[in-house]
Design a protein around this ligand. Structure first.
Ligand code: FE2
Length: 217
């Protein structure tokens, strides 16, 4: 919640969106570099990359499914005619087959170590997500802030959080948050966040270095 505790706090959603976009773009670049031979993947790296892409796709699918099932009804009830969700719903429908395709390509990559199909489909996904999320934040964030109650927003956030793996999600959020955002998040979430980040940070950084190279995270 914000300082006055009367309007929904959108920071968590914003950081989740930023992490989705950022990871998808970085993975698209990695897949292109693997395809062009500028980087190589031994079997262990290929498995970790494959798993990370599959987790990312599942996370994006879950996020959009919860928007469709939980956030959209809340918006329709709270804001009614103020918001038209048709274009955003259409985007969700067209993202789903692409996410499935990428999931299959990532599974194959673990054994073939050929990233050429992933290079083009991840770039397509990154472009679509950039467009979709910018539109979603531009259209919906002001409506949520104005019309949605703090209790309803908590329900939406809880539903979104439920299907995610904290060991993956929390350190990603930390990675993508700016220092002042992280400070705000720590204040909102309390000391448990600090404990969980300390537990998960090391594994996340090791995984990031294996996926993206020694300078990552
Ligand atoms: Fe969305």
């Amino acid at each position: 919640m914000t300082a006055d505790a009367m309007t929904p706090e959108l920071l968590g959603f914003q950081l989740t969106h930023r992490a989705m976009r950022g990871d998808t773009r970085r993975l698209a670049t990695l897949a292109a570099e693997l395809t062009e031979g500028r980087q190589t993947a031994d079997p262990a790296r290929a498995r970790t990359v494959s798993e990370y892409i599959r987790t990312l796709c599942a996370g994006i699918h879950h996020h959009h499914t919860m928007e469709d099932r939980v956030l959209w009804p809340v918006l329709e009830r709270s804001a009614g005619a103020e918001v038209d969700l048709r274009d955003l719903s259409d985007d969700h429908s067209s993202l789903d087959p692409l996410l499935n395709e990428i999931d299959g390509q990532a599974a194959a990559f673990a054994t073939t170590r050929d990233a050429s199909a992933l290079a083009s489909s991840l770039t397509r996904l990154a472009d679509l997500l950039d467009e979709h999320i910018e539109e979603e934040e531009r259209l919906l964030f002001p409506v949520i802030a104005k019309y949605v109650s703090v209790a309803d927003w908590k329900r939406v956030e809880d539903a979104v959080r439920k299907g995610t793996k904290p060991g993956v999600e929390l350190p990603r959020i930390e990675q993508y948050a700016r220092p002042e955002e992280l400070a705000r998040l720590r204040k909102l979430a309390g000391p448990m966040l600090t404990v969980l980040l300390a537990v998960f940070r090391g594994g996340h950084r090791r995984r990031q270095r294996q996926i993206f190279g020694p300078l990552a995270a």
